[in-house]
Design a protein. Structure first.
Ligand code: CTP
Ligand code: MG
Length: 237
């Protein structure tokens, strides 16, 4: 469709428990500015993304300190108890300004290194897809399943296994409905694709770049800085 519209929803309402600090990880300094600003840069300057909705925790004291001035519209909503609730709030807000069948890219605030070329690949690969899909990485290591005492109970066949990354791109209303239906059944989906899967759809996996890491622990910060510097040198990102 020539007049396709794209929106982004950025869940940023987590507390970053695994970082073990009071400062939520999305506000950690990274290459001289808060982590979330790197993430927002990628979406708020993207020529095909019309607007960005950010989900912020209810008592977030840091969001208003950010100095944001972007060409694309940035709106915020209050997040919820789990990532899926935050995303749902963001989708509802996006539906107020967008159209039911517009595409929406849901992207973790905690993934500041996503490349523009990866976003562009997602847009182009999924352009004619009836469902949508997600950036993903094929699993490289041999996979083991453990029992409770951390001894191996089986080796899991790696063939066909992928890491699910973000952005995940679906159409606004179908995604909002799929998440609502999952929640109504008590399923706290951990990504958008899982909600679509529960709705009977088969999201498409689009191979992304391995530097699109999710900041989870402190060790990831140094790696993210390395990737961001590398991207700046390569003139991408
Ligand atoms: N997120 C959110 N609302 C929640 C929980 C998470 O918007 N209730 C967001 C986070 O801010 C993050 C993304 O979802 O950008 C991915 O979640 P995760 O990496 O798990 O972040 P946290 O939940 O903040 O970290 P932790 O699980 O260690 O507490
Ligand atoms: Mg979490």
């Amino acid at each position: 469709m020539a007049d396709e519209q794209y929106w982004a929803v950025i869940p940023a309402a987590g507390s970053g428990e695994r970082m073990g600090s009071d400062l939520p990880k999305q506000y950690y300094p990274l290459c001289g500015k808060p982590l979330i600003e790197h993430t927002l840069d990628r979406f708020c300057t993207h020529p095909r993304i019309k607007g960005v909705v950010v989900a912020i925790a209810e008592h977030d004291r840091y969001w208003r300190e950010l100095k944001l001035s972007y060409a694309n519209e940035v709106l915020f909503v209050t997040g919820g108890a789990k990532r899926c609730h935050s995303v749902l709030n963001g989708l509802k807000r996006a539906e107020q300004i967008g159209r039911a069948q517009d595409w929406v890219l849901v992207h973790d605030a905690a993934r500041p290194c996503v490349r523009k070329e990866d976003i562009d690949r997602l847009l182009s690969v999924l352009a004619d897809d009836p469902v949508g899909g997600l950036l993903a990485l094929p699993v490289r290591d041999t996979m083991k399943r453990s029992q409770s005492d951390n001894t191996v109970c089986e080796t899991v066949e790696r063939e066909g296994l992928w890491h699910a990354l973000t952005p995940q791109m679906f159409r606004l209303e179908p995604l909002r409905r799929a998440i609502e239906a999952a929640l109504a059944e008590g399923r706290l989906v951990t990504d958008e694709a899982q909600a679509m899967e529960f709705a009977g759809a088969a999201p498409r996996l689009v191979e992304g770049h391995p530097d699109n890491i999710k900041i989870t622990s402190r060790a990831d910060l140094a790696l993210a800085e390395l990737y961001l510097r590398q991207q700046a040198q390569e003139g991408c990102g």
